[in-house]
Every structure is written in C-alpha cells, then in structure tokens.
Design a protein around this ligand. Structure first.
Ligand SMILES: Nc1ncnc2c1ncn2[C@@H]1O[C@H](COP(=O)(O)OP(=O)(O)OP(=O)(O)O)[C@@H](O)[C@H]1O
Ligand SMILES: [Mg+2]
Length: 496
C-alpha cells in the first residue's frame, strides 16, 4: 500500500516538473484542461473536505451571522490551544473577545470527531478599482475528513451556531430602552426606543425576600428560558408575564433588575402615558427584540384603563369575551390607547413576534387593576413583594453589614412582627455615616431605633384614625337622629 502511494507521489512530482518546463508552449485551452484534470486527481487523492465561512457574505455589507457565531464559539472552545491570539472589542460588547490570530490553526473535537479550524484573510488586489472600499476579507476554513461530512453539516455547524450565539449573549452590553424615540443625523425618528447601557447591580442574592419564594421565581425563570421547544410543542408564544405587587419600597423595581441580570436580557421600560394610540403601541412592540423584558411600572397609574372599561361595561353591558375580541374597540383603536389594545399587546397575535420575551407589570394597588389585565395566562405569575420579614431582614444584614446572626436579632424579629417596614426602610436603617458603618452593633441599634420610631408613628396614626372614625360615626348618628326627629315632627304635623 505504502509503495503504491509513493509511486503515485513520484508520478505526480514528475508530471508537475514536466508541466512547468513546457507550460509556456501549451495553448491556453489545453492548459486549462490540464489544470482541471490535475485538480480532480488531487481531490480524489485527498480524503479531507473544507468549508469556508466568510466574514462578509455576498452583498459585502452585512457581517455574516455564522462567522460571528463561529468567532465567539472558537474564542471559548478552542482559542486556548492557539499560540498566537488577538483581542478585539465587538460593537455590542463591553468585554474584549480573545480569538486565535490569522494564519493560526486549532483543532476541535465534536462527538469524537476531530476537525481543524484555520483563520485566514484574503488581502485585496490593490490594482483593482472597486465601488466598495476593499478591505481584507477574513474567513475561517473548517477542514474535516469526508466521511464525517454529514455530521459536520448536520450537527456540528448547528452546534457552533447555538453555542456561539450563547457566548455572544453573555458578552454583549445589555441595554435599557425607553420609549422616547431616538433620532438620526437628519432629525428623523430612527427608532421608537432610545437606550442606555443597563447597569443595575441588583441580583437575586441582594434581593431581600422569603428564600422559598425566591427559589420558586428562579425555577420559573429557568424553565421559561429553556422552554423554547416546550412552548412550541404546546402551541403557545414563548413569553411569560409577571405581575409584581406590593407597597412602595418593597423591591419591585429591584426584582426586575435582578431578573434582567439573571437572564441576561435587555429591558424595555415602557412609559404607557407617552403612548397615544393602540397602533402606536403595536409599532413600539414590533421594535422590541427577543431575549428582553418589557416593563410597565405602576400600571394602575399609567392609564385610566380600568375606569374606561368599567364605564363601558355599565353602558354597553357586553359580555367579557366580546370586549376582548381584537377590533371590538376598533372605533377608537386608532385614536386612543384602550384596554383592549393593551390586552392585544400582551397576548394578541403580535405578541408572538420575536419570542423569548418577559412582560412585567408592577403596581402598588392590585385591587385597582382590571381582572382581565392580570388574569393567569396574561400575567402568569403574581408575585407579592411584602413588607420586610425576618428572613428578608437577614438577607439585608448579610449584604449591608456582613452578618447573619447577632444577639440583637431576636429584638428585631419581634419588632418586625409588630410593624410594617419596607425593606427599603430597613436598609436605610442599617446604613450609618461612613465613620460608623463598620460597627455592626451601632448599625443594628440604629435600626432598632428606626423601627421603634416607625412603630410609635404607626400607633399614633392608628389612634388618630380610630378617633376620626369614631367622630365620623357620632356625626352620622347625630345626623340620623336629627333626620328621624324631623321625620317624626313632619308625621305628627301631618296627622294633626
Ligand atoms: N426586597 C428588597 N431587597 C433588597 N433591597 C430592597 C428591597 N426592597 C427595597 N430595597 C431597597 O430599596 C430601594 C427601593 O426599592 P425598589 O425601587 O425596588 O422598590 P419598589 O417596590 O419598586 O418601590 P415603588 O413601589 O415605590 O416603585 C432599592 O434601591 C433597594 O436598595
Ligand atoms: Mg419601583
């Protein structure tokens, strides 16, 4: 076998030598014929195949998505094997991307099959004049044995795309959008949203709440994030609604930031009062992307949607289902933002565009919201953010002063049972001026003072309310007795 390969090798070498000698005396067509023939012989003898992934595809303008994903994938999976590396900062990223440098080769193994990656570039021919500003064209060359072609084409490239996209998601600078339109150079609206970098530091570790409830929320988020196939199977759009309700300062906004940081999603903070019509809401929605959280804070204050709906209910006395049909409120669909427009936004046909979206409403007054707006299926999970419990308090002390046990904890536990304190107030009570904030005892003493003051204040307020209620009751009784007296007088007069 070895002898026959050696024979073939020397035959090709002799052929090449002869060809070089006589090349210039052979007509062009014949030379072309030889070149093709030669290429076929080489391909036949070579058991390896190659796939090229160019940085820019056909139109030269758009960066190829597979190239970007490959670059991200290789930076994590294989770059550590290379000797020559390069670092670059992508447009959407805030962390440098380290990949292997041009003309380097690395290997990768997938399902036991070895493949080779080679990074290279095509330098432009300076003699050609082109409409485009010709730059170096980078590409990756993937080499594999031809018997693995099916695996590479079918599974390996998909694996690269998926993993690469994951890496890109983790690396990209996340954004906080607001629906005040951004304008381009000429002053025209370029997008319904403008954005800044999302940098809120809240995480589930810093969030003070019942650990069991926290765990439940995290589980729900993980199930959602990994549920693409499941949602497809059950025929539901890949989105989930959360309603956060509770008094001010109990961590609703912090929870949104923690969710965004946990899932690594962008946040679209939707200011409903700035949206004038249902059509505008739809346009705004279409401009959001997947892997995002759409937030409407203080939904009860955003619009008088509840009132409008209730008034209509009385006037028209229509049944609930009919009212929710898209187009039912069509008379004012294009001129107003209505509840049906908002319901459509949450779970109408449009809500499925893009996928992988979380919608979060927050409110201080759950009772003010229309049941249709927050029914399960629209707002899948209702999360109560409550006043500070002892468990939540321990999370705060851990984060703020670094302790989870102290002999003053029992006093604080009893006090917290007696008075409603928001985690924001407790956190404030734990913070002392810089010179004393390392003194754990002083911080806890200060907190005890703050809670006691709040307890006194609450007791005073309760007493005042009780007094006012009593006075009101007496006033009503007085009024009732004087009305009764007047009626008696009237009756006796009429009898006479
Ligand atoms: N559960 C909590 N865990 C940790 N910190 C909290 C919590 N609740 C409040 N805080 C602290 O209080 C501040 C205010 O909290 P946040 O803005 O999240 O409250 P909110 O419920 O959104 O209030 P509002 O209803 O007024 O919007 C936060 O910056 C955070 O420092
Ligand atoms: Mg808030």
């Amino acid at each position: 076998m070895a002898e026959s390969w050696a024979g073939l090798g020397s035959a090709i070498a002799s052929f090449l030598f002869l060809y070089a000698m006589v090349k210039d005396h052979i007509p062009f067509q014949l030379r072309q014929y030889f070149a093709n023939f030669f290429h076929k012989v080489i391909s036949f003898a070579n058991p390896y195949q190659q796939i090229t992934i160019h940085e820019y595809n056909g139109d030269y303008m758009r960066r190829d998505k597979l190239y970007a994903a490959t670059q991200a994938y290789l930076s994590v999976a294989c770059s550590y094997r290379a000797r020559k590396l390069k670092a670059e900062l992508g447009q959407e990223s805030d962390k440098p991307l380290i990949t292997f440098d041009d003309y380097e080769e690395v290997t990768d193994t997938f399902k036991g099959v070895k493949v080779w990656w080679y990074a290279s570039k095509r330098v432009p021919n300076s003699k050609t004049i082109s409409f485009y500003n010709e730059e170096e064209r980078k590409y990756y060359l993937l080499t594999f044995h031809k018997r693995h072609r099916k695996l590479v084409e079918g599974e390996y490239l998909n694996h690269i795309l998926r993993e690469g996209r994951d890496v890109m998601t983790h690396r990209r600078q996340r954004k906080l959008f607001t629906n005040s339109p951004s304008r381009n150079w000429y002053g025209y609206k370029s997008s319904a949203w403008s954005h800044v970098a999302f940098e809120h530091p809240a995480t589930f570790d810093t969030l003070a709440m019942d650990p069991k409830k926290k765990e439940e929320i995290i589980d729900d988020l993980v199930t959602f994030r990994e549920g693409k196939e499941y949602y497809k199977k059950i025929g539901k759009a890949w989105k989930r609604g959360y309603l956060l309700y509770g008094p001010p300062g109990t961590g609703k906004s912090s929870m949104i930031a923690a969710i965004a940081n946990f899932l690594e999603y962008d946040v679209y903070d939707l200011e409903l009062t700035a949206v004038k019509t249902n059509t505008e809401l739809r346009k705004i929605f279409i401009e959001t992307t997947g892997k995002s959280i759409i937030v409407v804070e203080d939904i009860d204050c955003s619009l008088d949607l509840t009132g409008k709906r209730k008034e209509k209910k009385k006037e028209e006395n229509e049944n609930e289902k009919e009212k929710m049909l898209p187009g039912k409120d069509e008379t004012d669909d294009n001129t107003k933002l209505t509840l049906s427009g908002l319901l459509n936004f949450i779970d109408g046909l449009w809500s499925a565009c893009g996928g992988e979206r979380i919608i979060i409403f927050t409110t201080n007054h759950l009772e003010k919201l229309d049941p249709a707006l927050i029914r399960r299926g629209r707002m899948d999970m209702h999360i109560e953010m409550s006043y500070c419990t002892f468990e939540a308090f321990k999370v705060l002390t851990k984060n703020y002063i670094g302790v989870v046990e102290h002999n003053m904890f029992n006093t604080i536990r009893t006090l917290l049972c007696d008075v409603n304190m928001s985690p924001a107030d407790v956190a404030e009570g734990l913070m002392l001026k810089k010179s004393r904030n390392k003194d754990v005892g002083a911080c806890l003493e200060n907190l005890i003072k703050v809670i006691e003051a709040a307890k006194e204040e609450a007791a005073k307020k309760k007493a005042e309310e009780e007094l006012a209620a009593k006075e009101n009751e007496e006033l009503i009784t007085d009024e009732e007795s004087s009305v009764e007296k007047a009626l008696d007088l009237e009756n006796s007069n009429s009898e006479k």
